[in-house]
Design a protein around this ligand. Structure first.
Ligand SMILES: Cc1cc2nc3c(=O)[nH]c(=O)nc-3n(C[C@H](O)[C@H](O)[C@H](O)COP(=O)(O)O)c2cc1C
Length: 441
């Protein structure tokens, strides 16, 4: 079978993910492997997609191999997908699957994002594999990789593939400005960060109406005009030295124009089940903040030009980002009613310092970060100091009295006679500390 590996890592031949593909090539010699350097070679594909079109035409099975970057795929691979669509590459009915490496932090949303785009292209989607970045180093990981490859080839040979799990997007009429400006107060700095391009009048009107409805003054920063030199290269220079290798001023721009605001509102036109590759470049480049939740407590909101109601995966990404960052998400506004509601919620959060606790996304995500930073602390110095200072190393759990109490209770419960004697007292015992709080209140 002709296998095409689309290498989405900006690290090109130094990609960890690529090593697993090279391993497969060695293990399955009867198949022919071809490689497309989509991540590191994105500038070349911007100019000419013909080599990609030819490689896709030869392929019987395509494997997108990439690192998970900031809940999704690297901005370079994201851009490559846009180029596939812009150039109308005929990928209909082509078998496709995906292989990622990561620390499993929101690998699910990255996979779902690609699946949604593969379905847009009419491709036949085979469930992918999400590996830990070190899996190739042990026997179990190598076996899982080989099993996955055999399964993918089997599916391609036997016409077994996944149906789309997402509802098809609905065309929406462009938004037209309808809201009158209310009286403005000072006191909070709210920045609207948009990817506002020439001719995108619908998004412009959403931004205008939010500015009109919101009771505080807002300022606008247009990412479309920021002179990015490129997407994150995954070089980890920032992890050791705290500085990005690009000299385009992004670190300062981020800190002085955006992160210093009291509230951040993102404005985008929905593209390819995402905020678009430019916003993804912005997200990935924030790796200069490492795994530190620098915007903790700041409320967020999103102005969305498009049918956000159907974008379950993107909603998950944005809700999860808020929870991991421990920030209040004031919601998504796609029309005038939602602008009003979101604006009220955002103002409330600012005025009352409201930010609810992390949920599963945030608690689970932070535990992955905690373990990673702890292991990599020799290199991720700034992260390590931040995690120490903020009490984020919540392990090992040294709650000895509580653990002793529960061990004792466990021992008693294992005895049938004692269990009967304890009876209802168990419930009372469990509630005792809560009752103490209630009594004191
Ligand atoms: C900018 C950036 C963002 C990342 N985001 C995530 C993430 O959201 N989830 C995760 O589990 N790992 C994340 N990682 C870790 C990479 O996915 C992981 O190191 C991967 O194995 C690198 O593969 P590569 O060498 O093929 O590029 C990120 C790394 C970088 C540099």
């Amino acid at each position: 079978m002709n296998i095409l590996i689309v290498n989405g890592s900006p690290r090109g031949r130094f990609s960890v993910t690529l090593q697993s593909c090279l391993y497969l090539e060695k293990r399955f010699r009867k198949h022919h492997f071809e490689y497309l350097n989509a991540g590191a070679g994105i500038d070349g594909f911007e100019k000419d997609m013909r080599p990609a079109a030819e490689a896709f035409a030869r392929a019987e099975l395509v494997i997108f191999a990439y690192p998970v970057y900031s809940f999704l795929v690297p901005s370079q691979l994201h851009r490559f997908l846009e180029l596939i669509k812009e150039n109308d590459l005929p990928l209909k009915d082509k078998y496709v699957t995906q292989f990622s490496t990561s620390k499993h932090f929101f690998d699910v949303t990255a996979h779902r994002f690609l699946e949604e785009n593969f379905h847009d292209l009419g491709m036949r989607v085979i469930k992918g594999l999400s590996a830990d970045m070190e899996d190739l180093l042990d026997e179990r990981g190598r076996k899982e990789l080989e099993d996955f490859f055999r399964y993918a080839v089997f599916c391609a040979e036997n016409a077994v593939y996944e149906k789309s799990a997402s509802a098809p997007a609905q065309e929406r009429a462009p938004y037209v400005s309808v809201l009158d400006a209310c009286e403005k107060q000072d006191g909070f700095d709210t920045v609207i960060v948009g990817d506002l391009r020439e001719g995108d009048e619908s998004l412009r009107a959403l931004i205008r109406d939010f500015g009109a409805a919101f009771p505080y003054r807002t300022r606008f920063v247009n990412l479309a005009e920021f002179p990015f030199r490129g997407g994150c290269l995954g070089c980890l220079n920032c992890a050791t030295g705290g500085k990005c290798v690009y000299r385009d001023g992004f670190d300062a721009f981020l800190r002085e124009k955006i992160q210093n605001a009291d509230a951040i509102v993102y404005a985008f036109t929905l593209r390819d089940h995402s905020m678009g590759s430019r916003f993804k470049m912005y997200d990935d480049r924030q790796f200069c903040n490492g795994h530190r939740t620098v915007a903790e407590g700041k409320p967020f909101a999103y102005l969305v030009n498009g049918d956000m109601g159907r974008e379950e995966n993107l909603r998950t990404v944005l809700e999860a980002r808020a929870s991991v960052g421990h920030s209040f998400l004031a919601g998504f506004a796609c029309d005038a009613d939602e602008i009003r509601t979101v604006s009220i919620r955002l103002a409330y959060a600012l005025e009352h310092g409201y930010h609810p606790p992390r949920n599963f996304y945030g608690v689970g995500g932070m535990k992955i970060f905690r373990d990673l930073v702890w292991l990599m602390r020799g290199m991720m110095r700034e992260d390590h100091l931040y995690y120490k200072a903020h009490g984020l190393y919540d392990f090992p759990q040294k709650r000895w009295p509580r653990m002793l109490g529960i061990s004792l209770l466990g021992a008693l419960m294992r005895n049938r006679r004692l269990r009967r004697v304890i009876g209802d007292k168990m419930n009372e015992g469990m509630l005792a500390p809560y009752k103490k709080v209630l009594d004191k209140t």
